[in-house]
Write a protein that binds this ligand. Sequence first.
Ligand SMILES: *[C@@H]1O[C@H](CO)[C@@H](O)[C@H](O)[C@H]1NC(C)=O
Length: 504
Amino acid sequence: EMGTESRTSSSSSATTKLLLYGALLSFSSIFQMGYSNAYPNTSIETFKVYLNDSFDGQLDPPSFSWIWSAVLNIWFIGFAVGSLLSVPIADRIGRKSCLMIGNAGNVISATLSCLAIPLNLWWLYMASRLLFAVSAAISMNSLILLLQESSPSSLRGTMSFYAEMAFVVTNAVGVVCGMRIVLGENLLLLTGLAIIPAVFSLLIVWPFHESPKFLLLKRKDAEAAKKSLRFYQNADAEECDRFLSEAEEETSKDGKMDNEAPASVFDFLRVPHLKKGLLLGILSLQLTTSIWPIIYFSTEFLVRANIDAMTAEGVSTLMLLFSTLSTVIGMVVVERFSRRKIFLSFATINVSALILFVVSASLQHWCDSCKYGCIAAICLHGISYSLAVGPIAWFITAELVPLSHRATAQSVALCINQSLGLVFSFITLPLYDLIESFGLSGSLIFIPLFIIPGVICIVILAWQLPETRGVKIGDIVKALQEGPSHRVKPRRAVGRNDFELDAI
Ligand SMILES: *[C@@H]1O[C@H](CO)[C@@H](O)[C@H](O)[C@H]1NC(C)=O
């Protein structure tokens, strides 16, 4: 409400400019993160040969699974480290400079991974992925800060969706390039391609201004902040002054809050409703862990279900294209329906898709056409994830916890989620092999790793998760304290930005 009224028609060109800047920064800075996580999926056969060569042809299939799993999943460790580093760096040197450091890291890591191919050094490729994950996290976190702090409140929601959007789109690019009929046969080109957008992302950030909030609040430089506001929002003198006074008010409020009750991790152990909010957030995020093995290995899973390699690559690609489309639809749809209902129903579809995969893969020994159930399952899984499960899980923790503890809750929940993701995703492929060595379908491993935990999460969430869409944080806390008998009626017709204001 606040944002729309202050934007006049003359500022519509400013809005267009800001949306364009946001898209330019997001797609170039996030490119490698999406691309390099997705191409190993479809190009797995070529990487098998590469890895075998770098072990002088001594690699047996089970060792391949362990090593390839380690190479891919080192991502989680790097991303966690990068996330921890990014906050102090961005606070000290600024959001834009932090983004440049992340993007420079992207250039170096893309170059290293490209070098690792002709040098035939598998550990160099693994090291490049570690560096890539650290810099991806730094880029991602500083990008979100920069975009959010430079936009008027009416555009803040859209801006934070850009990062996720860029991730899904570049994921699709990666999976297409990884197909053997595209670049999948040529690892040098496939890995080297990431260098171009990385260099571009480094150059493009250069002329951008530092975030106005950072300049004002951390640097205490009101002149530079005004210049930056003019750059991002075409703000006139009056708008600049309003922005400055609002921002200063915000800090004085924050400052007071910090003095009175500093947010501590231990509050989550002491205060029941904080503990419950955090736990429900972690359970919601747990439902997203099965996407990682699918992003990394869907082609391999399909091949092992006896689907020919070409079709398998095609299905993995199609699944990611569907996912991209679903994310766009999800952005529009998510704010229109009950958060609780939409999350729980799509999570149920998501887990059912895994069950369908296991059943189809197990039955294909007896009925050959059952293997096509696997294709349907992979697509259903991708779509239900991108449409609702993924996006909602990413922000539900923030909605369940009051502002004073929101940032801490979010980072604790993500940290726990990434650690669990690492473990689950790392052991999936090797255990797949192990089960297959007993003559069973390897997909049975989904049952203990993803299906049973998924069902447990859904049951607990169905019982305890309060509705959060358009509900004030005070009422959410009340719902968490009083348990499932207390149901809050959501108010009607609220947009994302109204919600942000209400939630505070
Ligand atoms: C690696 O190459 C050797 C010899 O060509 C072969 O026996 C082995 O199966 C290969 N390993 C993998 C994982 O493909």
